[in-house]
Ligand binder design. Structure first.
Ligand code: C2E
Ligand code: MG
Ligand code: MG
Ligand code: MG
Length: 276
């Protein structure tokens, strides 16, 4: 690295920036057609009830079957979508697809609650409630089969408008989960104002369980506090038996992570019976 900086460091840096900008433009150009061409898919990962081992629901996670690059995760394209208007078309597709899937599962006698992720930009746009409501009614879905996951950063940008949106969603019977909980700055004070059913403890906390006493204490008190105000708690990123046992011991309601089930296409979505 130091060697790079020696001869023509800035020129090289400039080249790299230019290459990155070009790459983003290519992604954007391809992403413009992705919805219409049917290249987006949702994979589903179970949220497992820790006491019983039963799948309590699934989270829908966006994937892009790119014609030449293969199956892409959100890290490869979501920020491009969020920096352009594309996130609105994509978000609306996600809501529609998830709602249709819940209706299909219900009709097949295997109902599952499906959680979908909503970006800050979507939440700040006032018609997100209408978009989700339309998705539910077009699909003939049960509103209670859908949960909207929002992050703290989304909420922080405009707390008043967000609270109103989340209240409207809950009035329709749609669930609300606070995603990646603990990664923002003033999480606990937000719990007071936010209409939510569930909080999801970020996987960076779960990863340190049993190795970092401060982290153990934070997770334990978040669970206690959440329960005291009537919220369910999900531990994210559960990868080991120790983490699962630790969360169970602390009274955490659900776990999600590679130990309990990976994100899979809808046809492989986990049954509602006990897993692991
Ligand atoms: P998230 O909502 O926090 O979703 C959990 C992420 O953690 C997923 O990554 C999932 O595959 C991953 N994960 C699950 N279990 C484990 C584990 O045991 N270990 C580790 N290391 N990771 C695990 P993914 O699918 O790449 O999604 C990343 C993020 O992209 C999501 O984080 C969410 O913020 C966003 N996202 C995903 N789908 C959508 C979508 O449809 N719309 C929007 N707006 N954002 C989405
Ligand atoms: Mg999520
Ligand atoms: Mg999360
Ligand atoms: Mg996350």
């Amino acid at each position: 690295c130091a060697k790079d900086a020696g001869r023509g460091g800035w020129a090289e840096f400039d080249d790299k920036l230019q290459a990155m900008a070009l790459e983003r433009l290519r992604i954007e150009a391809d992403l413009r057609h992705a919805v219409r061409r049917g290249e987006l898919v949702l994979h589903y990962q179970p949220l497992v009830d820790l006491a019983t081992g039963c799948a309590a629901g699934v989270e829908a996670l966006l994937r892009w079957q790119h014609p030449s690059r293969g199956l892409l995760s959100p890290a490869a394209f979501l920020s491009v979508a969020e920096d352009t208007d594309l996130i609105f078309e994509i978000g609306s597709w996600v809501a529609g697809e998830a709602a249709r899937r819940t209706a299909e599962w219900r009709a097949a006698g295997t109902p599952r609650r499906v959680s979908i992720n909503v970006s800050a930009a979507e939440l700040l746009r006032t018609d997100v409630v209408a978009t989700v409501a339309r998705a539910v009614s077009d699909a003939g879905a049960e509103p209670g089969d859908l949960v909207i996951e929002v992050t703290e950063s989304a909420v922080l940008t405009d707390i008043e408008s967000t609270v109103a949106q989340l209240e409207a969603l809950r009035a329709l019977g749609i669930g609300v989960a606070l995603d990646d909980f603990g990664t923002g700055f003033s999480s606990l004070s937000h719990l007071r104002q936010l209409p939510a059913d569930e909080i999801k403890i970020d996987r960076t906390f779960v990863a340190e369980l049993g190795h970092n006493p401060v982290c153990d204490a934070i997770v334990a008190s978040v669970i206690t506090l959440a329960h005291a105000i009537g919220l369910k708690v999900v531990g994210e990123g559960v990868e080991t038996d120790q983490q699962r046992a630790h969360l169970t011991r602390l009274g955490c309601d659900r776990g999600q992570g590679y130990l309990l089930g990976r994100p899979v296409p809808h046809e492989d979505a986990p049954p509602l019976r006990a897993v692991g």
